[in-house]
Write a protein that binds this ligand. Structure first.
Ligand SMILES: C[S@@+](CC[C@H](N)C(=O)[O-])C[C@H]1O[C@@H](n2cnc3c(N)ncnc32)[C@H](O)[C@@H]1O
Length: 250
């Protein structure tokens, strides 16, 4: 069986600038629910290519740090911040989200998009909590389960997206509660994305779709990964949902 590209390779090589459902519009909604603003210090966990990080700095004039484990994502993101002239309030650090390099209570807001599902949740979330100021917010935008999934689906996404584990909205809420968060809100926007592939193409635009098509033609590892994604979204569409969870640290 041929090699299959991992999720980072897909994002990096297929020209996907962001890899979370709902695009920057839902990022904005979640960030506003976390009371983002000019005087806020924000941490973007698993910042990828830095699109959310730069967008929030530009729009809300907040100070923001993007953190990612991947060296090349960090380099890409740094270049973007430089081009946009945001270096005074945006910085990027290469680090593991399970061991944050920051002092306790360093941030007003900690955000994660499509990343917590790839982590050891309790360990990582304890770190998110540690670096959040008392009274600050944690927001997580993720693919979710609309209802409890069969084991075959759980195993499939775990294998295809290297360690991916998500939860139903109720489970996300319970998890936040268990971790000691208060004022927890979940927002389910699953119905706005009836077809993930179409949503992705819209996000990419015509030029992006052509570029991605060329990459897929040339590289069997990317093609294989894309076929697996398509199968999951098609066969299990009843189970797959999208949304975010926001809570406040006491
Ligand atoms: C699916 S991408 C999402 C990127 C970005 N948040 C977005 O919405 O476009 C997941 C990101 O998490 C990063 N990541 C995975 N494991 C990580 C870890 N242990 N610590 C920090 N970042 C991690 C990956 O390198 C990747 O950039």
């Amino acid at each position: 069986m041929g090699k299959m590209a991992d999720i980072d390779e897909m994002m990096y090589s297929c020209g996907l600038e962001i890899l979370h459902p709902g695009g920057i519009e839902k990022t904005d909604e979640m960030a506003r629910m976390c009371k983002i603003g000019k005087d806020k210090k924000v941490l973007d966990i698993g910042s990828g290519k830095g699109v959310t990080t730069c967008h929030l700095a530009q729009k809300y004039e907040c100070e923001i740090v993007g953190l990612d484990l991947s060296e090349r994502m960090i380099e890409y993101a740094k270049e973007m911040a430089k081009k946009k002239g945001l270096n005074d309030r945006v910085s990027f650090r290469r680090a593991d989200a399970h061991n944050l390099l920051f002092e306790d209570e360093s941030f007003d807001i900690v955000l994660a998009e499509c990343t917590t599902v790839l982590l050891e949740k309790e360990k990582a979330f304890s770190e998110f909590l540690r670096v959040t100021k008392s009274g600050g917010y944690i927001g997580d935008l993720e693919m979710t389960w609309q209802k409890l999934p069969p084991k075959e689906l759980v195993d499939k996404v775990y294998n295809v997206w290297e360690g991916f584990r998500t939860m139903t909205f109720e489970e996300w809420k319970n998890f936040y509660e268990k971790m000691g968060m208060v004022d927890i809100k979940t927002v389910d926007f699953s119905e706005t994305i009836p077809d993930m592939e179409k949503a992705m193409k819209k996000e990419l635009g015509l030029k992006g779709v052509i570029k991605m098509g060329c990459k897929l033609l040339l590289r069997s590892d990317l093609r294989k990964a894309m076929n697996e994604y398509r199968k999951i979204f098609k066969e299990y569409s009843d189970y797959i949902g999208y949304g975010y969870v926001v809570g406040r640290k006491k």
